[in-house]
Write a protein that binds this ligand. Structure first.
Ligand code: ACM
Length: 509
């Protein structure tokens, strides 16, 4: 089969036909549209090209056909989040909703190219809408902390790939990252630490609201996670009475020795990267007072419908205790008016709250009890987010010698990140799969630049898995790698420190 790579778009749209040549732009090019997406387009074009397009004024609105670039809404044009885009002698972008307009603008940004005679949009006729409504990325802000501006930069770069959820992993053994007024020692005593004595930090409630609002303007919904009952050592630094003595397994002991990391000590900061040693006290009512307060305060500042309560790697917690905790914590989230999300292990609990969403992080070929645990969320009226660790984990190394990242799930080159099918992993109905999430765990990433090295370009592969129709002719590696390579000038202009993987023919312009 021969693929035409004439349109440099990632993720591939539902349908696209390339036209002849480009529509040139200049400072006199007028943009008409009252949607925030019109202003976002003007800003993005200026960042890229230095050309500030003109916003058409209200008088022009009466004669919309006179505008060079017109943005408008029409719910009939496509499914939710979809759009129709025509670039001919003028640009007409019609969004099914505000998100659709925003995504049409992201497509326009990829069509903007510089040639000998200046800047212009490649001519095209595009119809588009997402395959999955859930297209997520996770950022671990506990192992290393990323401040509000860094999170905003991250939101800019993922929303440009049409991701619409950002999961923030806000608590773990190494630190607590969100202000909770009723338990003030969490941030006073447990937020300043991170892996290897890196800088810690936390978000005040105002910081968090600022992130939520910034994300919302880019059609990204924030999902906060408090990881429970394991990954809770930092809670015990602030409130030792809530957390059990660390469970030091042989595996943790030998791994810590190998890495030159001290073992966890109850009530003292833990800066290593071992997992599975901590648990809140499951048979103490005080634990549930704590959980209720944290869930209530987080729910108050989270406009989105979801609260993630963790549930992974509670390796030292007896199964019956873990299941009891899973049932209670998911019920507490429901009482607070939110839908719980949990890592798939919580599917071991028979009476997990109805409607709880599971996040599958096993392999593309499930091992052990992972598939059964995941399926139980569906049996309880919930659904699944797919984060297959050997395909979608952004913190795995690209190659064995890549300086950042881990290898426990797999070595994931760009092609392996691209070639997986989220509905083919588990034996559940296709409509139980809400979509995907690509997590970035931050054990090895000290800076945002480190994060970007691992996330880009593989997040673009996940964006296409989540957005593009499975049957589209372009939805194949040979097409993807060329289209991906064409994003290089845009990413460079935006200052994204992507990894120039040698599988990809990166283009200069
Ligand atoms: C996980 O990677 N522990 C969810």
């Amino acid at each position: 089969m021969v693929f035409t790579h004439s349109l440099p778009l990632v993720p591939a749209p539902v349908s696209a036909t390339a036209g002849e040549g480009r529509m040139p732009i200049a400072a006199t090019t007028r943009v008409l549209g009252s949607s925030p997406a019109a202003a976002q387009l003007i800003d993005a074009v200026e960042r890229r090209s230095g050309i500030r397009l003109s916003a058409a004024d209200a008088a022009d609105a009466a004669d919309s056909a006179s505008a060079d670039i017109e943005l408008r809404l029409d719910p009939a044009v496509a499914a939710p989040e979809g759009y129709a885009l025509t670039v001919g002698d003028r640009v007409e972008l019609v969004g099914a909703d505000e998100a659709g307009l925003f995504y049409g603008v992201q497509t326009l940004r990829q069509l903007l190219r510089e040639e000998e005679h200046g800047w212009g949009f490649l001519r095209a006729e595009i119809r588009d809408a997402p395959r999955f409504g859930r297209r997520g990325v996770m950022l671990d802000v506990t192992r290393h902390f990323f401040d509000v501006d860094e999170v905003k930069t991250f939101i800019d770069s993922i929303s440009a790939l049409k991701f619409n959820h950002l999961h923030l992993h806000l608590s773990d053994d190494q630190g607590w990252r969100i202000q909770i007024d009723s338990w003030p020692l969490l941030t006073e005593l447990s937020s300043s630490t991170a892996v290897d004595e890196a800088r810690g930090g936390f978000y005040t409630k105002d910081d968090y609201r600022e992130i939520v609002a910034y994300a919302e303007e880019r059609h990204v919904l924030l999902i906060p996670e408090i990881d429970l009952p394991g990954h809770t050592h930092a809670i015990g630094v602030a409130y030792p009475e809530l957390v059990e003595e660390p469970v030091v397994s042989d595996a943790l002991r030998s791994e810590s020795l190998q890495q030159g990391q001290p073992l966890p000590v109850h009530g003292e900061a833990y800066l290593g990267t071992g997992v599975g040693h901590s648990s809140v006290r499951i048979h103490e009512e005080r634990t549930y007072e704590f959980v209720r307060d944290v869930v209530r305060e987080l729910a108050e500042i989270t406009p989105g419908p979801y609260l993630h309560v963790g549930g992974d790697e509670s390796l030292g917690t007896p199964q019956a205790d873990f299941d009891l905790f899973a049932e209670r914590v998911t019920a507490i989230v429901v009482e607070a008016g939110k839908t719980p999300i949990a890592w798939h292990e919580m599917g071991s609990a028979a009476d997990i709250a109805e409607g709880t969403i599971g996040q599958y992080w096993g392999k593309t070929t499930p091992e052990g009890t992972h598939a059964e645990e995941a399926a139980h969320f569906v049996e309880r009226g919930g659904a699944l987010i797919m984060s297959a660790a050997d395909a979608a984990y952004l913190d795995m190394k690209y190659t064995a010698d890549f300086p950042l990242g881990l290898t426990w799930a797999a070595i994931i080159d760009v092609r392996s990140a691209y070639e997986w099918e989220p509905t083919a992993v588990l034996d559940v109905p296709d409509d139980a799969i809400l979509g995907i999430e690509a997590p970035l765990w931050s054990e090895t990433t000290r800076t945002l630049s480190d994060v970007e090295q691992l996330v880009f370009p593989r997040a673009a592969a996940q964006a296409e898995v989540a957005w593009s129709p499975r049957e589209a002719p372009e939805r194949v590696w040979e097409s993807f790698r060329v289209r991906l390579g064409s994003l290089a000038p845009l990413w460079k202009a935006e200052g994204i420190d992507f990894h120039p993987a040698d599988e990809i023919p990166w283009s200069e312009r």
